[in-house]
Ligand binder design. Structure first.
Ligand code: GDP
Length: 203
């Protein structure tokens, strides 16, 4: 898919205030600092569409971007750990859960995971939650330029082993990406394109 246009539409914390039309939506979510803003910018071929920030948890809103005037890319807040005074608390904000459960236009959620880390409890719990709630998702490994191919394969296997041992009916699609090298991005766009075509044919 060629990106002809990409523009920011609205930010909010309420599903009820999200764009009021039936265009398909694709959400991007992951822990703070996973490389989400960089990937969104890389997908849209724009330098500063999503803000890349060094401060974790800075973007705490549901951000809608209209792509090619016919689908939305939705940038969801990074989950992970919030600094509550001097303690750190694991967080999944209620409005993110609300969006994922209620937004009927949501076609697929791309769950971003930093390829350098071994499976983290918070990501595995989130995946389990997506499965339990029948929310379609794919896994996008980020920063693949940081590791050698063998280590990449090892780390991906650690995740798939966990999924297989959880007895899921099927494994989600997996993408390997690097925003720095602009790799894996076209595969994500082609996947979105394929799903958009299926939706069009069924309408
Ligand atoms: P976000 O908090 O998830 O939106 O993450 P950002 O996109 O702001 O990226 C967090 C940090 O990871 C920044 O220092 C980025 O430069 C770095 N980063 C993001 N994507 C990549 C990538 O593909 N490769 C490498 N090597 N670094 C990346």
């Amino acid at each position: 898919m060629h990106i002809k246009s990409a523009r920011f539409v609205i930010s909010n914390t309420e599903v009820a205030k999200c764009p009021n039309n039936s265009l398909p939506e694709y959400a991007f979510i992951g822990r703070s600092n996973v490389g989400k803003s960089s990937l969104i910018n890389s997908i849209c071929n724009k330098k500063n569409l999503a803000k890349t920030s060094s401060k974790p948890g800075k973007t705490q809103l549901i951000n809608h971007f209209l792509i090619n005037e016919n689908w939305y890319l939705v940038d969801l807040p990074g989950y992970g750990y919030a600094r509550v005074s001097k303690t750190r608390k694991k967080i999944f904000q209620a409005f993110i859960i609300d969006y994922l459960k209620k937004r009927s236009q949501l076609v697929n959620t791309f769950l971003l995971i930093d390829i350098r880390h071994e499976p983290q409890d918070i990501d595995l719990r989130f995946m389990e939650w997506l499965v339990e709630n029948l929310i379609p998702f794919s896994i996008v490994f980020t920063k693949s330029d940081k590791l050698k191919p063998r280590k990449i394969a090892n780390n991906i296997n650690l995740y798939t082993d966990q999924m297989i041992s959880s007895n899921w009916a099927e494994l989600p699609p997996i993408f390997k990406t690097s925003s720095n090298h602009h790799t894996g991005v076209n595969e994500i766009l082609e996947y979105i394109n394929k799903l958009n075509r299926v939706i069009l044919e069924n309408n």
